[in-house]
Design a protein around this ligand. Structure first.
Ligand code: HEM
Length: 277
């Protein structure tokens, strides 16, 4: 439909006599067709309005993310702030991705409640793994183990779990290069490693379940998750064995983001209606 002739140009005068009230050029179909189209457009406007509403709520998240970025520097690399910044960025990416899937009408599979719950559980487990990854990196614990699958040549090296997860140690401490002893860094490193085994097991189960119950779209998402998971584990192991090469570390972060988006895609695919609350 061409609505340009209905637009009033800035500065021009409007005279209603210039418009034909019987003009049918914007609705050339029958009355039934027009009513159907009108209904479709009303539904679409409804959806877009909801997205716009979600968009304005996200503004708060973007401001918070900017502040976390500032505090990362001014509060001298506090691990909690650094990880908050990582999780904030990924949350914004995931919500934006969800919106994009909405706008593009990415297909859904209706009536897949179990798949939805399963994808939701995997999303939470993955979020925890991302937290542990950020904690490993911000506490400079990547090189606490330089071998794999053993660590420091042992299956059970000395660890200090008590100090490993103290979230806040007060202001004024510079965290550059880390402040923890080797046993605490080893504990953090191993938690990220072992939790990766939990994530992988659950993800493989989710992939197998999706391949069993989903249609072609769902199966494609499942293969995508499998590919990303394999790449991510290889990158993690290369980080350890290669002594943390910069490119590998950056790619490990990027693939974590893609893995998150692919699980969000599966969650969206198995969610039958979008409710913004
Ligand atoms: C599902 C599997 C995994 C996910 C989602 C994941 C995710 C992440 C994330 C998000 C980070 C933080 C990156 C950053 O802040 O720069 C990280 C760091 C790290 N991950 Fe993983 N990871 C996984 C598996 C593994 C495995 C299997 C290993 C090793 C055996 C590993 C080793 C590391 C190391 C050494 C770091 C620290 C890198 C640094 O200091 O920059 N990861 N991981």
């Amino acid at each position: 439909m061409n609505f340009s002739k209905c637009r009033v140009k800035p500065g021009s005068k409007v005279d209603l006599k210039d418009w034909d009230p019987d003009d049918k050029s914007a609705s050339p179909g029958s009355r039934e067709e027009d009513e159907k189209r009108l209904q479709e457009l009303a539904t679409r406007i409804d959806e877009l309005q909801e997205l716009l509403y979600a968009e304005s709520k996200r503004g708060v998240l973007v401001v918070l993310q900017g502040m976390l970025g500032m505090w990362t520097v001014t509060l001298l690399l506090k691990p909690l702030i650094v990880v908050g910044h990582l999780l904030g960025g990924l949350t914004i990416a995931a919500l934006s991705w969800w919106n994009l899937l909405e706008i593009r009408h990415f297909p859904r599979q209706r009536g897949s409640g179990r798949l939805r719950i399963f994808a939701g559980v995997v999303l939470i487990v993955l979020a925890l793994q991302i937290f542990l990854g950020g904690w490993t990196s911000s506490n400079y614990a990547a090189l606490a183990c330089t071998d794999f699958p053993k660590c420091q040549g042992q299956w059970w090296p000395t660890i200090d779990l008590k100090n490993a997860f103290v979230l806040w140690r007060g202001l004024g401490i510079n965290y550059e290069f880390g402040v923890l002893g080797t046993p605490a860094r080893t504990a953090i490193h191993l938690c990220h490693r072992y939790w990766a085994a939990v994530v992988s097991t659950l993800m493989v189960a989710l992939i197998l379940y999706t391949l069993r119950v989903a249609d072609a779209h769902g199966k494609r998402i499942a293969w995508c998750i499998l590919g990303l998971l394999s790449v991510q584990i290889s990158l993690g192991v290369s980080n350890v064995l290669g002594g943390l090469p910069l490119l590998v570390a950056v790619m490990h972060n990027a693939v974590a983001a893609l893995l998150l988006l692919s699980v969000v895609t599966l969650l969206r695919y198995s969610t039958s209606s979008f409710n913004h609350g």
